[in-house]
Design a protein around this ligand. Structure first.
Ligand code: HEM
Length: 105
């Protein structure tokens, strides 16, 4: 069903502990997520990735991102992202819409 960016902002509350997004975003526990849908993995300047993420070879297109966020440690074994995963398809739809609303910058 539809993707709802406003609902996705609420889902992003789970990510905000570690990630920033938006015009003033900075790297934090995790890298800046502006433009993340469609972005190659491991390329945010000034962020100290794990080798697992840095060398995963993945591009966060929508399909790959969806698999990742359901179970990050399954998709990127050795990732230092400590997040159990988001399983609910509608909530993932909404999260993707929210992430897409921020261009790379
Ligand atoms: C990495 C998304 C929650 C910490 C990443 C990456 C994505 C992502 C796409 C890879 C970025 C890249 O390759 O440039 C999300 C989303 C979340 C979430 C959408 C919420 C649903 C969290 C939480 C934490 C966290 C809660 C901290 C407890 C990290 C860290 C990395 C990372 C440390 C770097 C991983 C590494 O270098 O191995 N996240 N994340 N994330 N995230 Fe998250």
């Amino acid at each position: 069903s539809a993707q709802d960016a406003a609902a996705g902002e609420k889902v992003f509350a789970q990510c905000r502990a570690c990630h920033q997004i938006g015009p003033n975003a900075k790297n934090a526990v995790g890298p800046i997520l502006n433009g993340v849908i469609g972005r190659h993995s491991g390329i945010v300047e000034g962020y100290n990735y794990s080798p697992a993420n840095k060398n995963s070879g993945l591009t966060w297109d929508e399909a790959t991102f969806r698999e990742y966020i359901k179970d990050p440690r399954a998709k990127v074994p050795g990732t230092k992202m400590v997040y159990a995963g988001l399983k609910d398809e509608q909530r993932i739809n909404d999260l993707v819409a929210y992430l897409k609303s921020f261009d790379a910058s």
